[in-house]
Design a protein around this ligand. Sequence first.
Ligand SMILES: C[S@@+](CC[C@H](N)C(=O)[O-])C[C@H]1O[C@@H](n2cnc3c(N)ncnc32)[C@H](O)[C@@H]1O
Length: 392
Amino acid sequence: MVYSVPLPLPHPLSFSNFKHAYTNQLEAADPDFYRIGYVRRVRAYGIEFKEGPDGFGVYASRDVEPLRRARVIMEIPMELMLTISKKLPWMFFPDIIPIGHPIFDIINSTNPEIGTLDLHVFFCMHLIAMTISGNYMLTSYPVQMSEDLLELQDENLASTMREQQQRALEFWEKNWHSAVPLKIKRLAREPERFIWAVSMVQSRCINLKMRIGALVQDANMLIPYADMLNHSFQPNCFFHWRFKDRMLEVMINAGQRIRKGEEMTVNYMAGGKNNMLMQRYGFSSPVLSNDGDNFVDGAVIAAARTLPRWSDGDVPAIPSMERKAAKELQEECQQMLAEFPTTSEQDQKILDSMPEARRTLEVTIKYRLHRKLFIEKDEPGYLVPSSSREEL
Ligand SMILES: C[S@@+](CC[C@H](N)C(=O)[O-])C[C@H]1O[C@@H](n2cnc3c(N)ncnc32)[C@H](O)[C@@H]1O
């Protein structure tokens, strides 16, 4: 079955506004869009978009038997994406910003050397998308996150996130003073809107290497429909840029079996850490650590380093040494756990007791719970060789 999304949608660049796109209340398309030119359709095969535990997501609408080759489930034509080259000279596609638009003054004022580039490019993409699309609506989790940062029980991450917001705020204050042209002013009249725009783009932007003709370039892209895929570290899908007709393909991994109703996922951050995931996407994973240095302190690392003895094939296992090292590790882990104001059981109870909790509060409590579960896993019984386990 070919499931093709009919156009005109409320607006082809109204990313992810599925509640709109999939209800009958379609709004008139923005005539501005059609000045861009010919528009192809998005195609989707054997999937449906619906709300799940992680917000909207993409689900299999039929069983997928494993195939030897990867197979396509979505095709999204380039003209429906918003793309900006990662490096100078700035190239926008579609070419929605006329040369001379004052936004270039802002973009050009960013200094790539000090690492502010991405933030501003992201924000520009987003604000422009919002201005050309009257009904660009997304969930606004990360903005409210600021109230909940303390709940993370991770001062390093909380202060990084606070600094990030502060930086965005300063940027807004610098560029949104009363004398700026109206074209700029109306993009983000309040700082909250600006910060929201930055965090939305951060959590939905895909970086891809694109080849158009002879030009290969890294691009930041906002890709409607593909940006509905949630993350997994064991994803069943991946993205592929189809050069010949400039389509983004979402493909199922070769050899992957997927049952009807299962979620389709991609990996947002290969080799990621929980604090990075939380910072950029506003969620964490129970199977990940944080940044190594911040999360596991030196003593734990030192103790853990003594553990792999038994795994070196040529070194005979010395049970007494293993036990000693494992014990030290256990003590370090317990000490780290004791330093948290709440235990993992308490966090779990808090989560269970407030099923209607604000999403940002829920993700912050889950984050601290995930950290604790990860440390608890490091406790002997998990890491310790089976020869020594029962004696601990
Ligand atoms: C690209 S969007 C995916 C679509 C999104 N669920 C929605 O409702 O629009 C990324 C956002 O989805 C949520 N998300 C994605 N994967 C997740 C996961 N594994 N666990 C929790 N939240 C997730 C996070 O809020 C993240 O910022």
